[in-house]
Write a protein that binds this ligand. Sequence first.
Ligand code: GLN
Length: 443
Amino acid sequence: MTLKHKLKQIKEGKLSALKNVMNFSKEIATPKTKDLNIFLSLNEDAIEQAKKIDKRIKENKAGKLAGLCFAIKSNISAKGMETNCGSKVLEGYVSPYNATVVNKLLAEDAILLGMLNMDEFACGASGETSAFGPTKNPKNPELIPGGSSSGAAASVAAGLCDFSLGSDTGGSIRNPASHCGIVGLKPTYGAVSRYGLIDMAMSFDCIGPLTHSSEDAKLIFNVIKGQDNFDQTTKDTTKNKLSKKRAIGLVNVHDFCSKEITELIKTKTDEIAKKNNWKIKKINLPLDIAIQTYYIIVYTEFFSTTRKFDGRRFGKKIEETAGPEVIRRIIGGSEITKAEHEGKYYHEALKARNFIKQQFEKIFQEVDAIILPTVPKLPHKIGESIPIKDMYNYDLFTTPASIAGIPAISIPVGKIKEKDVGLQILAPHFQEELIFKLAKDFE
Ligand code: GLN
């Protein structure tokens, strides 16, 4: 059932907001669901909120999302709720205010169900680095759900909420959406306010929706987007026109990708292109430098943003409390930013970032949108030992859009060996409308 359909049922009185909350709460409380380790905490006010919303629905005063239930990654602030980023560093830290995205959803009468598990401080691609234990993939609990928005993807895939919000720095919405067989949108950088997001790397971080369909993603994106005085990087996005080239760029993934995934993406793209009359052009992205560029900047920004976790004001001292992936980035970031390395790593990475942006600009002169797999490999088993380099390479296909700040969606495209595979659609800045249109063609 699409969100529009559910909203209609609620409006017509066939389902109440209260019943919607109760249904999800029942599901969340089953032992089978608890074992998936998706929620970190629940909103105790949800039932009271639902009752008030039902009253407003009866009085015809309710908002656009009245009665829908959502959950958020636990790096997005919600007043009165523990916002711990999946880390013992912030265990017990209760947010004193709502993130702008939360305010926007509440203003439309959506109901917050709770906080979701995630890789510690959003550092990870598998959902295994949370200090509160790994999240399991609801489709197959032996497998990783992907990360770092592991709970955000798993909660939707397991039917524990109507939609969720995650954050994506280098793939953290798209990667778990792909492994859990759902839709995940990383909006244009600046399309959605980051106010209230505990940042991982602020020049990349984006908040976006995880949903069952692109139509649902569009509905939620249109509520959470927009200029916000609390985030100076935000812009209103309504004035952009669609281009009419009707050409799609299919990225040459070389041997960066498993053969079966490459084949599936190609077959599906050919099929949909034929049906919809698009031309397909083979294109090249600078995939060989994307990961290095991304991680040098991420280590630097992450090191900087975590200096406030010194144990005095917020929670515990990060160096003494966090897990190995977080520590690796702090040590790496402190090394890169040493005065004697001035210009060596960080400035080179910024140059590479510019180069990658320019490559996208060139490509978008020839094609409307770009297609490539979301993750180059199928999900591994939880606990399997994966070399750091391989783990970082999970984001090989998602980091380019993050580096350029352009929007990208991951949609389910089929299964290989009973494992979900996602396809990514990338478009120029603020062309989310085009992304939704193309995603719908694929669906
Ligand atoms: N897996 C990537 C990383 O660890 C992306 C994380 C994210 O998008 N938050 O940096």
